[in-house]
Design a protein around this ligand. Sequence first.
Ligand code: KG4
Ligand code: ZN
Length: 356
Amino acid sequence: MKLILGIETSCDECSAAVVAHEPSRLTVKGLATFSQIRLHQPFGGVVPEVASRNHLETVNPMIEQALKTAGVGVKDIDAIAVTNRPGLVGALLVGVSAAKAMAYALKKPLVPVHHLEGHAASLFLDTPALEELELPLLLAVVSGGHTNLYVMKQPPEIWPLDFLKRSLVGRSRDDAAGEAFDKTAKILGFPYPGGVWIDRKAREGGNPAAFDLPRALPQKAILDFSFSGLKTAVSLQAEALRREGKLDERLPDLCASIQEAIVDALLSKMWLAARQYGCRTVALVGGVAANSRLRARLDSEWRAQGLSRAPLFPKPEYCTDNAAMIAAAGAFRFQQGLQVSGRDLLSLNAVANPEI
Ligand code: KG4
Ligand code: ZN
C-alpha cells in the first residue's frame, strides 16, 4: 500500500488529500477543501489575483487537516502529487511551490499531475470501478473549463504519458458546458457559479420543452460541441420575458430548457462516440457530472444505446475540483515511476496552457 498526499490549487478550490493506493483500490483517508466561491461571487467569476492570494493562506492548513483526518504524519507519505497544469498560473504556482518545498525538505518523490487526468481518476476513488472496469470506456470530462470526450482503451495504471492527447475524440469549440451553465445563469441573475442554481430551479417543476433553445452541431460526423450560441438565445429570451414582467414566474421553465439544451448536446455526442468507438461503458466526470438531469438521463438511456454496463460517475464530492482526484492520478503515475526528486525538483514548474 502507498500513501499519496495530493494538492490542488489550479483554480478556486484549495484542497489537500491523503489517498491510500492498493492494487485495484484507491481509498480516501483524508480530504480538506476550502472553496473560494464566496470570495469571487461579488465579481461574478474567478479573479486570478484573489485566488492565488487566498491559496497562499489556505494551502498549509488544508495539508495539515488532510493529514490529521487520515491520522498520519508527513513522514508516512510515500509521494506527493500536485496539479501543475493547466490552470491559473498564479494559483497553480502556490500548490506547486508548497509541494516542491515539502518534497525537497522531506526527501519525498513529487508527481506532477495534469488536472484533467485528476478528473478522470476521480472515477476510481472509494469504488470498485477499477476492478470492474470494462474497456473501451467513453470518458466525458465536463467541467467549467473543459468539455472533452476521450476513448480510454487502457486501464489507468498504464495510461501513456500523452493519453489525454491520444484518446481525445471530441471537445468544445468555444465555451465549456459548465461555462454555458454559468454564463446563462448570470444572465438570469444567479450567483457564480450558476450550474447548481439552474439545476435547482429546474427541479421546481420546470418544463424542459417550454422554450426552444438551439442545439449546435447536430451533424452525426462531428463529435465536437459548441455552446456559445446558447448564451445569445437565452439572453434574447430572458429580455423578452423581462419586458412582459414574466421572467420570475417562467424561471423554472427557462432553467429546465437551458439544462435540457446542454444535456441534449452532451448526450447526443456521447452516444455517437460510444457507438463509433465500440465503447462498453460511458463515464462522466467534472463539476457538471453533478447535474441531476444529466445523471438521470444517462441512467435511463444507456440500455437503449446498447451499452453493457451502467454509466460510471464519481461520488458527488469528487466531481468538483478536489485533491483526492489529484492524489489518485498521482498514484497511477507514481506506480509508473513518473516522479521527480532531488535536484530535478527545482525545474518543475506550473504550466497554464500545456499542449496536452
Ligand atoms: O470541475 P469543476 O469543479 O471545475 C473546473 O475544473 O472547471 O467544475 C465547475 C463547473 C462550474 O461551471 C459549475 O457551474 C458546474 O461545474 N456545476 C454544475 C453543477 N454543479 C457544478 N453544472 C450543472 N449542474 C450542477 N449541479
Ligand atoms: Zn476541474
